[in-house]
Design a protein around this ligand. Structure first.
Ligand SMILES: [Zn+2]
Ligand SMILES: [Zn+2]
Length: 90
């Protein structure tokens, strides 16, 4: 089943609180969590690919500031309850 654009937006919005919660207990900086929910989620797959390639493999998507200053954190283990079956952050 293919979701319509509106449904995709609803689906993503419905997950935001979980994503934010998971981001914090995973130890991600607030700026990166903000970038993820406000920006990253709404990029196209192609844009995501291009941005992701510009980041080192640190286990999460750093915000552009952190990426530029090479400011990365150690990812803490997810409790596994917040976003299950979809990998970290989906
Ligand atoms: Zn989590
Ligand atoms: Zn950041």
């Amino acid at each position: 089943m293919k979701l319509s654009k509106k449904d995709v937006i609803k689906y993503k919005l419905g997950r935001l609180s979980k994503v934010v919660k998971c981001g914090f207990h995973s130890g991600f900086p607030a700026c990166c969590v903000k970038f993820y929910v406000c920006d990253w989620l709404w990029k196209t797959k192609k844009e995501q690919r291009i941005y992701y390639k510009s980041c080192p493999n640190v286990g999460y998507v750093p915000c552009p500031d952190c990426n530029k200053e090479q400011r990365f954190v150690q990812v803490k283990r997810c409790c596994g309850k917040c976003i299950t079956g979809e990998g970290r952050y989906g």
